[in-house]
Design a binder for this molecule. Structure first.
Ligand code: ZN
Length: 332
């Protein structure tokens, strides 16, 4: 591709109308771009709604053109396909009580069995214990077993939860897990990235649609049913926490200091401790806590964002332009 007639590719992480104008030019000549150029463009599209829209339109156009040659299937074929889809969706509904790729921290409470065992959570928590050295946690005297009541009007579902974790696998490789979770619409976007740059996988999940799309951002390979790349959000169910408090399966451990702020600490049925700020919003989850003042925070960052502050492209479930269907790499 002769690049002399093109404006220079905007660096990753840049925004603005000029950047978008350039991105649109590159999108229009997508198949002529090098993998490195495509990668740079995709990073922008992922965070820029107007460009994502443009990409979506181009993708549909490409799709339509590639199907122009195909003949229409006969009525008999149509009926067979519809019957197969219906049978599959009936089977799925029977099989899965709660399909989204959210892993069951709270499985003890008898949710329908999911594909993910508690064991993997325990393994992950063990790695975290090893990995997390910085602990900014100061104990204040606990007030013992007081009643703890969450305000009736409280809600967590009108926000999008942003979270980052640093994990270390068995081989000692460190990787980041960056998640966006929209509890209201049961959508999730999880990026798993090796620190050495050897892996970058994004999973977009939608529980209502029973879909999980995995994207290998390094090789531009997409795969459906990628729910094993999801993360557990069950600790952020306010209803589950209310129920545990009501039935005294959860214990209030009093207030404590966490990273410079006063928080309420609640020890949950699964052994994890949820920390709430003075507005009753979760600020972190502790694992390995045996008494007030102990435990390791699971998340490097935990933020509740206004839904308008996150890009709607995070929830885009279409296979991006330039991706081929295939198999994702192994999880770290
Ligand atoms: Zn843009």
């Amino acid at each position: 591709m002769n690049e002399t007639h093109l404006p220079p590719l905007p660096p990753i992480g840049t925004y603005g109308t000029e950047v978008c104008a350039t991105v649109k030019i590159y999108l229009a000549i997508w198949s002529d771009l090098t993998p490195e150029q495509q990668d740079t463009i995709l990073h922008h599209v992922r965070i820029c709604p107007p460009c994502a829209e443009e990409e979506h339109i181009l993708q549909q156009a490409t799709h339509a053109i590639s199907h122009l040659e195909a003949s229409s299937p006969s009525e008999r074929v149509n009926r067979a396909i519809i019957a197969a889809i219906e049978a599959k969706s009936r089977a799925q509904q029977k099989q899965k009580g709660r399909v989204l790729p959210l892993r069951p921290y709270r499985q003890k409470q008898g949710y329908a069995p999911l594909r993910f065992g508690l064991a993997s959570v325990v393994v992950a928590a063990t790695f975290l214990l090893v990995a997390l050295v910085a602990l900014h946690f100061v104990k204040t005297p606990s007030n013992g077993q007081q009643a703890f009541i969450l305000p009736a009007a409280l809600t967590w579902t009108s926000y999008v939860l942003y979270q980052t974790e640093t994990r270390t696998n068995q081989k000692g490789d460190t990787y980041h897990v960056i998640g966006y979770y929209d509890p209201q619409h049961q959508r999730i976007n999880v990026e798993t990235k090796m620190l050495d740059g050897s892996l970058d996988v994004i999973m977009v999940g939608n529980e209502q649609a029973h879909e999980a799309l995995g994207l290998d951002m390094m090789h531009h390979v997409a795969q459906w049913n990628a729910d094993q790349w999801s993360i557990d959000e069950s600790m952020f169910s306010l209803n589950a926490l209310r129920e545990e408090l009501r039935t005294q399966q959860a214990t209030y451990w009093g207030t404590t200091q966490f990273q410079g702020q006063t928080v309420y600490a609640i020890h949950c049925n699964n052994g994890l401790v949820i920390l709430l700020d003075m507005h009753y919003m979760p600020v972190n989850i502790l694992s390995g806590a045996t008494k007030p003042g102990t435990g390791q925070p699971i998340y490097d960052t935990l933020k509740w964002m206004q839904p308008t502050a996150v890009s709607p492209t995070l929830w885009n479930m279409s296979v991006p332009l330039g991706f081929t269907m295939g198999t994702l790499p192994a999880k770290p």
